[in-house]
Design a protein around this ligand. Structure first.
Ligand code: FE2
Length: 454
């Protein structure tokens, strides 16, 4: 057909075809909610159901959910050993939940903990109240001792979460269907502007029922903190955080809602609050607590999670107080892996020369799940074993007796980084890399100013 057109029409046709094939980028708002509309109003039935890792994950569970405020005040959780068919309800027991208000949302957040469970056992549970229950959800308690398992680690979701992070979280759960834990390294939502409740609704949508069937380990980022009216000072965690996330409460003094530790199947997971350290003068109090929880805890592996990275990957960022207060403790106590976010890029490295007996200290990883992307710094590209830009990623970590298997995959499931930490007989870890298995290092295709795409 094109051959019959007058040559003067060809540029017009080309332009029309190009515009049909590549629509202009939509400057999408941070949520999918139309301006002035309400999309996530709490109803009678529970939603936003999430399991949180407890301080005894082999024998207990902690859950929170949302329901409309008012009515019968008693939120309940019913728990029963799972059966291969129906009839489990007859074996259930019930606990009463504690209510927390969710500001501005016309809703109540409920929190409950159930103790006395058996290790490594499948259970079903439902939340709500008589006449308004959730579906029965299924989860498995942790084994009561060290045993091989897999966990998922996600960097910042933060922006346009329902629109653009949902696929990443679903891909992660398809890749690790037997995961026993999900680690979220902060900035789950953007927070600062707009309707925070809509953002949280979209984060729960992105994670879906997976959040309710696998325990979660959440670290707070800077975007989970509110700022003063003039925007100069951080004033505290947004109320959604403690309302939704009943964490163990065994953290640093004054930071019990954002620092804690969990022992799960041979791994001690320690969650730190890097915003508190960098902006609220809470680096040393966490260091003192950290020294205690890292000291001779007996777990085979130690994984630390905090939001701001020990060494920045992206341009124009640095966090020296973390290196001053925390890095020496990580090295002295043999932390194996540090999972971080904040920089909206990928980076993985060790700090050479650190640690005892030739050990090089922990492996530090920065990753990002959401669409906001920053450029990596020349120093990071030079010094780190692996960096990446313009990537949405999820990570799957396999824990074995003498090996951690780490994989970072792109939103489409392609392997972006892969390494093993292999425990040396004399202590410390060797890093084994798999350069032949991973795709090429990715750089931003459209470096615009200081940011790649935002
Ligand atoms: Fe951040």
């Amino acid at each position: 057909m094109a051959g019959r057109l007058r040559p003067s029409l060809l540029p017009v046709l080309t332009l029309l075809l190009a515009s049909a094939a590549a629509p202009a980028l939509d400057r999408e708002a941070n949520t999918l909610v139309p301006p002035g509309r309400a999309a996530y109003v709490a109803g009678a039935l529970p939603d936003r159901i999430i399991l949180l890792a407890t301080d005894d994950p082999a024998r207990s569970m902690a859950v929170s959910w949302r329901a409309e405020a008012g009515g019968d005040p008693a939120g309940l959780v019913q728990v029963a050993p799972a059966l291969d068919g129906p009839g489990f309800e007859a074996g259930s027991r019930q606990e009463t939940a504690q209510a927390r208000s969710l500001p501005g949302a016309g809703a109540t957040a409920w929190q409950a903990r159930v103790d006395g469970l058996r290790p490594d056992t499948p259970y079903v549970y439902r939340v709500g109240r008589p006449g308004a229950w959730s579906e029965w959800l299924q989860f498995r308690t942790a084994a009561g001792q060290a045993a091989p398992f897999t966990f998922v680690y996600l960097g910042d979701a933060q922006n346009r979460v329902r629109s653009q992070v949902s696929r990443v979280m679903r891909q992660a759960f398809r890749a690790a269907p037997d995961a026993r834990l999900v680690v979220h390294a902060g900035d789950l939502v953007n927070g600062r502007q707009g309707n925070h409740d809509d953002e949280w609704a979209e984060w729960f949508h992105a994670g879906g029922a997976n959040l309710a069937e696998v325990p979660n380990l959440v670290a707070a980022g800077n975007h989970e903190y509110l700022k003063s009216g003039d925007g100069d000072a951080y004033t505290g965690l947004m109320p959604h955080w403690p309302a939704q996330f009943p964490v163990p409460g065994n953290g640093a003094p004054g930071l019990e809602t954002s620092t804690y530790f969990v022992d799960l199947m041979g791994v001690r997971f320690v969650v730190l609050d890097s915003l508190g350290a960098l902006e609220l003068g809470k680096a040393q109090v966490q260091a003192e607590w950290l020294g205690q929880v890292l000291q001779g805890h007996g777990a085979r592996w130690t994984v630390v999670v905090h939001h701001h990275p020990m060494t920045s990957v992206s341009r124009g960022r640095d966090n020296p107080p973390l290196r001053a207060h925390w890095q020496p403790l990580f090295e002295r106590h043999g932390v194996d892996l540090v999972l971080q976010g904040h920089d909206h890029a990928y980076g993985r490295h060790r700090m050479r020369g650190a640690g005892p007996a030739g050990d090089e200290g922990p492996v530090y990883v920065v990753s990002v799940a959401g669409p906001k992307q920053y450029l990596t710094s020349p120093a990071a590209r030079r010094q780190m074993a692996r960096t990446g830009e313009d990537l949405q990623l999820y990570q799957v970590v396999g824990v074995e007796h003498d090996r951690l298997r780490f994989e970072a995959r792109t939103a489409t499931g392609r392997l972006y980084d892969a390494f093993d930490l292999v425990r040396r007989p004399e202590g410390g870890n060797a890093v084994v890399e798999y350069p032949d298995r991973v795709i090429a290092e990715r750089r931003c295709e459209r470096p615009e100013g200081a940011r790649c795409r935002n």
